[in-house]
Design a protein around this ligand. Structure first.
Ligand SMILES: Nc1ncnc2c1ncn2[C@@H]1O[C@H](COP(=O)(O)OP(=O)(O)O)[C@@H](O)[C@H]1O
Ligand SMILES: [Mg+2]
Length: 172
């Protein structure tokens, strides 16, 4: 069961704000796969999400370390992967990825489409695309599994309510 929604953001801070609004609907064990070219906005999206989770640390792409772990004052964890430089799935096994994916926190994977076989049937896919206007991003939200249907609906509803301009959501 797959559902798609499309959102446009007009600036990096708007992408962050949009991602921030997803945080309240997340729970431990959730996996979010971010796809899109270099500079598409995957890390900015993650920064917003982290802010929404109450994480104050500065988030940067863990390109060379594969994974960086953050937590807020309540002990809620964010496992931030960037698998751009991953050479084989074995590397993921070697770092014990399953401790994170099936662990007690929210997992975000930049370039998640590189490790599709390792991701369970239930995950949220977010595809970011640059358009000709350099500050505009087309963000496609694809739900995989029933867990995400309601969460995405609520997320988009909240975003529409609180982001005054610039977000065009195609809601039912
Ligand atoms: N609407 C937008 N959303 C996200 N980033 C944007 C947007 N418009 C411009 N940008 C810029 O695009 C870049 C995105 O960088 P980053 O998030 O690191 O990309 P990625 O992690 O996908 O490689 C930043 O320089 C940011 O300022
Ligand atoms: Mg990045």
């Amino acid at each position: 069961m797959q559902e798609e929604k499309i959102v446009f953001t007009r600036s990096s801070s708007e992408t962050q704000k949009f991602a921030e609004k997803l945080a309240p609907f997340l729970r431990a064990g959730d996996i979010i796969s971010l796809t899109g070219d270099l500079g598409a906005g995957k890390t900015y999206f993650t920064q917003g999400l982290a802010r929404g989770l109450g994480i104050d640390e500065k988030i940067t792409s863990p390109t060379f370390t594969l994974i960086k772990e953050y937590s807020n004052i309540n002990g809620v964890s964010l496992f931030h992967f960037d698998v751009y430089r991953l050479k084989s799935l074995q590397e993921m096994l070697d770092i014990g990825y399953d401790e994170y994916f099936f662990g007690d926190g929210v997992t975000v994977v930049e370039w998640g489409d590189k490790i599709t076989p390792l991701i369970s049937d239930e995950f949220l896919e977010i595809e970011l695309k640059r358009l000709s206007d350099e500050n505009t991003r087309k963000i496609k939200i694809i739900t995989h599994g029933r867990r995400w249907e309601k969460a995405v609906k609520n997320w988009l509803k909240e975003s529409q309510k609180s982001l005054r301009t610039g977000i065009d959501t195609l809601l039912d």
